[in-house]
Design a protein around this ligand. Structure first.
Ligand code: BES
Ligand code: MN
Ligand code: ZN
Length: 493
């Protein structure tokens, strides 16, 4: 996994302002009030900050923005980052401010003069989330000389802040794992490599099992297996259990679509943009990152994560359009389009999750449909649910973490679109309501008594432009919301 930049809290030594190399950040309020460190920086630079706050660019600056002054006189630093920040702010605002500092940081060392800021741990979390680069395959970046500089936050209660940050850093590590998995190309992240990385998490106290093709065959997971049958990489289901809660309390089940590459199969996709289908394991990536976060922060909850790992390839023995396949549940599916493969993978894993664990709730995550991108863009994941209470809890958690999520409808009329002439159902509806008919397909594999949420993350898992918390590429969307949902559901006194 890519290594996070170390973040340490330190007690304040105002003299380091002059001597620190790399970058130094100080705080100014939107009204132009300088805190103690900013006043000292102003003195060292012979009044640069006083001039800045009278300038037009400062008047235009928004809270949370960073104004960089390069090579400040009187200081050893090569940049003075002036963070425009209110004295009182929400956790999300503090996080975004930290992310803005990380964006400016590059690979230099950074000293943040945070004074007595109460939300310094949130600011640090924003730094940790945004200070991410996927350069595993950049030759130069892996020279020892090019390692990124550390982050130091000077605060008058460093120990308290360090303690407040610890659970946040655990979650940030989960986010990082998700991003690394999603960014990894498909020739590296094969089904085998994916499973190996999950097995490694045993050292965090997770129980991890890998079900191989012969076992999946015995279980009757034919719809999952048919997706992978054209690939040289064997299909696998990985089960990760975190039992930090009450003994025998039913777990929350997280189920992820892990298509390591989606060519579309015999219903092959057009060439343009096909390379993005290396991210089609995004759902499984979020499940993995969430399990990591829960283990790392020692969550008092029972959660089981299951991922279906397959590769969708065309070949002489690939599944064909028109084939009829029997699912583990027993229902038969007419495969009209081999590119609607995610639902074929999920339906067997979801059924298995319910049969084996009788979960208190089940949430599946998948980069399931292009249609959800048409509907909601890259700002919101599509949320589908059979249970208002669970759904509202999730939406609340997502909102609190700043992760966009928007509920979509389900209903019998959509389900009717899946009727097949020769089997129990088809694997696609039609062009209309593509994301909803995909969700309807999944709901056929949800037991009435299981509260369930389906998250279509095709638009949010990977973006072409940077988001608040992530550079362009994989975002890790969902890890923070799910982590909070688990805390809300199981860890309230
Ligand atoms: N993995 C794709 C969905 C997708 C598209 C994810 C774009 C991310 C970006 C999925 O397997 C797929 O191919 N869906 C088809 C379904 C159709 C055949 C009913 C789609 O959305 O076109
Ligand atoms: Mn597909
Ligand atoms: Zn797919």
């Amino acid at each position: 996994m890519s290594q996070p930049t170390p973040i340490t809290f330190q007690s304040i030594d105002i003299d380091t302002l002059a001597t620190a190399t790399g970058r130094v950040a100080v705080f100014v309020t939107p009204e132009g009030k300088l805190d103690h460190a900013a006043r000292r920086a102003n003195r060292l630079t012979k009044g640069v900050l006083a001039r800045l706050i009278k300038s037009e660019s400062f008047a235009k600056a928004k809270p949370g923005q960073v104004i960089t002054l390069a090579w400040p006189t009187g200081m050893a630093a090569e940049a003075l980052d002036v963070l425009v920040i209110a004295r009182r702010l929400t956790a999300i605002e503090a996080r975004k401010a930290g992310a803005a500092l990380a964006r400016a940081k590059g690979d230099k060392a950074l000293l943040v003069m945070a004074g007595n800021m109460t939300r310094a741990a949130d600011l640090a979390l924003g730094l940790a989330l945004r200070d991410y680069r996927f350069d595993a395959h950049k030759t130069d970046a892996n020279d020892a000389d090019n390692m990124a500089g550390d982050i130091t936050i000077a605060h008058n209660r460093p120990d308290d802040m360090e303690q407040a940050l610890a659970p946040g850093l655990a979650v940030a590590e989960g986010v990082r794992m998700t991003r690394d998995l999603v960014n990894e190309p498909a020739n590296v992240l094969t089904t085998g490599e994916f499973a190996d990385r999950l097995v490694e998490m045993q050292n965090l106290g997770l129980k991890v099992e890998v079900l191989e093709e012969d076992q999946l065959e015995k279980l009757g997971m034919r719809t999952l297996l048919c997706v992978g049958q054209g690939s040289d990489s064997p299909s696998k289901v990985v089960v990760m259990q975190w039992n930090g809660g009450e003994k025998d309390a039913p777990p929350l089940a997280l189920v992820g679509k892990g298509v390591v590459f989606d060519t579309g199969g015999i219903s092959i996709k057009p060439a343009a943009g096909m390379e993005d289908m290396t991210m089609d394991m995004g759902g499984a990536g979020v499940v993995a990152g969430t399990m990591r976060a829960l283990a790392q922060r020692n969550a008092k909850a029972n959660v089981v994560g299951l991922v279906g790992l397959v590769e969708n390839m065309p070949s002489g023995n690939a599944v064909r359009p028109g084939d009829v396949i029997r699912s583990m549940k027993g229902d038969t599916v007419e495969v009209i389009n081999t590119d609607a493969e995610g639902r074929l993978v999920l339906c067997d894993v979801m059924w298995y999750a319910q049969e084996r664990f009788e979960p208190a709730g089940m949430i599946d995550l998948a980069t399931l449909t292009g249609a959800i991108i048409i509907g909601l863009g890259h700002e919101n994941a599509g949320v589908f649910s059979n249970d208002d209470a669970l759904c509202n809890r999730f939406l609340k958690a997502a909102k609190a973490e700043g992760e966009g999520a928007w509920r979509m409808p389900l209903g019998q009329v959509y389900d009717d679109l899946l009727k097949s002439r020769i089997a129990d159902m088809k694997n696609i509806g039609g062009r209309a309501a593509g994301s909803i008919t995909a969700a309807q397909f999944l709901q056929r594999f949800v037991k009435d008594e299981t509260p369930w949420i389906h998250l279509d993350i095709a638009g949010v898992a990977l973006t072409k432009t940077a988001t608040d918390y992530a550079p362009k590429g994989a975002t890790g969307w969902g890890v923070m919301a799910l982590n909070r949902l688990v805390a809300d559901m199981f860890e309230q006194e």
